[in-house]
Ligand binder design. Sequence first.
Ligand code: BDP
Length: 327
Amino acid sequence: MMTRRLMNWAAAAAVALLGWTSTPSQAQEWRGWNIHPPDYPVSKGMDRFTELVAQRSNNRIRMKTFHSAQLGQQDEAIQQMRLGSIDFAEFNMSGLNNIVPSTQVLTLPFLFRSVAHQHTVVDGPIGDTVAEDLANAGIVPLAWYDAGARSMYTIRPVKVPADLRGMKIRVQTSDLWIDIIKALGANATPLPFGEVYTSLQSGVIDGAENNWPSYESTRHFEVAKYFATTEHSNVPEVLAVSSLRWRRLNQADKDMLRAAARESAQYQRQLWAERERVSREKVIAGGAQVTDITDRGPWQQLMEPVYKKYATDPRMADLVRRIRETP
Ligand code: BDP
């Protein structure tokens, strides 16, 4: 039987060993996943983050971001983050909807009133609640990035919801998104982001939905030139670290990483606003036909069954209420 003294010694040795494995002088190499090309606001935000971390850790934490989905598409990357083979990443909430239910709240259609409203929500206690749920699922959010409003783009013009009837619209892997598209009278086709261009070209799908910068950077406007400004969802994104990596850090490193991530988010948000304008101009110059939806009422009304299904559970209903009450 172990004596009390021996037990204390064993505990002390274990603590020392733990300390040793994360000794400050030990260099670490981190692999980061990003779906976007290097000049995209998300990518530049991530580059800023990794530079700040390198500086502030005296090059002890060295991060390399693999842009342009070099480490795989979103669903694989989410799995790899949870398994720890990817150390950090930037994710849109939609791809996490089926894994962490509270992310659905931030994806719900026509919920945020403005960019400022969204920032107040995600940077405050509601964002913290969703972040906690994500951390419990293996993905630890450090800061929220902007992704603007998502709109519909199709191979035939769309002015009112009825124009979408029967069309096949690409969505991310998310039951909520399947239901949103269904509620609009169209058919949802879940596909990886990287397959949308060729699927539009070959007629596998008739349209997709995204923000101006993604519509432009992917050149989807070449194959689906009708863009209707439905602005149906303002689903935000996170810069996050794998919880397997996170758990091995000391508090000082955690604080340093969080601060660097938040600073990178400020920068990303500035770049985002600018890129939305530039991308809109570029796609129009490239032949996109824009239909400005001035009355979103009919679109919004169709979302009633979606709210019934996703926002009536007491916890979800409470989060939705709190978001609406957030000034
Ligand atoms: C872009 C998001 C990206 C998503 C992509 C998509 O930034 O994270 O993967 O949409 O639709 O706007 O898959």
